[in-house]
Design a protein around this ligand. Sequence first.
Ligand code: ATP
Ligand code: MG
Length: 350
Amino acid sequence: MSYAEGKRRKGKKETIRHKTTATVFASLLIAGAALWMLGILSGDWEAGTLFSIIAYVSLSYLVAYLAAIALSRKYVSQIEKIINEAKAIASSQNVDRRIAVSSHPDELSSLETALNEMLGKLEESFERERRFVSDASHELRTPVAVMRGYLDILRGWGRDDSKLMDESLEAMSDEADRMGRLIEGLLRLARMDRDALGINAGPVGSGALVGKMIEDSQNIRKGRTVKTSKIENFKVVADKDLVLECLRALFENAVNYTGENGTITFSAETKKGYGCISVEDDGMGISENDLGRIFERFSRTESSRKINPSGSGLGLSLVKSIVEAQGGKIAVESRQGEGSVFTLQLPLVK
Ligand SMILES: Nc1ncnc2c1ncn2[C@@H]1O[C@H](COP(=O)(O)OP(=O)(O)OP(=O)(O)O)[C@@H](O)[C@H]1O
Ligand SMILES: [Mg+2]
């Protein structure tokens, strides 16, 4: 329906309402007058009294009608103001603008506040999206630039130097791997944002989870000592594969950010209605300053960039999203230079 059409229909509706009211009012008056005349002609004074009642009723109706029109005009103009401001925000595509909230606390000022809260949430989400796209393109640009650099070397003098050729191919292969992991992580995060993770939750035992991790860690421990402590037996409601994916990401971090002689310890215990599985290391630890940011996408500490240059900074943000999607939480305790404990907290089977 076009705006003009809407306006025309709206006008018609108002005319019909006015006409109906006028007709009712006129009918009451005519009926009253007729009864009064009848009363006079027949000499029956009661008909005159009846007219007075009808006249009073009609007058009250008229007063109520005028008051209602005045009140509705006030509210309609306030609603029109909200509509115009919302349209102005939509056409300017400027979500940091807000609707002016009227000083009288009523339903309409609550509507204005609710719309402003919605605009605030939209602004936050646009900002997050903008930061994510700019971080993702920055992270993807780096390996491409490195590969281009090596290709230029090989196109120039590098092809005659077999050592340089090997080095370049090795570096390009590393960068291609890094880019592959980055794209994989980005796709996984995009799927999380669409709630398309396909969680298949059921009862899973703590022993089975830790046992599988110990088994898998043989290939990725890179010489670190792996042990268990305090393994309590309990069952959590979770998707086993997704929990193992999270534990693997925590274990890989423990390996990457711990010295060659480091020790990684798995433990499992129940706390405050949650089944908690922890991965502890005695590695480089995380400063208090960085601790609040490590779950953000692409967040990496300066020292970890040197130790593990191929990391993408997406691992922990994925773990957090996966655990929270299953009604769980992730907690971390760390001291710089001493080590870290990452704990998955999952809902226990009731
Ligand atoms: N066990 C740990 N010890 C010390 N620092 C850690 C540990 N785990 C994570 N971090 C810090 O948190 C940052 C984010 O970790 P995250 O797993 O998200 O990314 P990443 O390991 O850098 O890359 P990837 O996405 O490839 O896993 C790391 O770069 C590191 O600075
Ligand atoms: Mg990691």
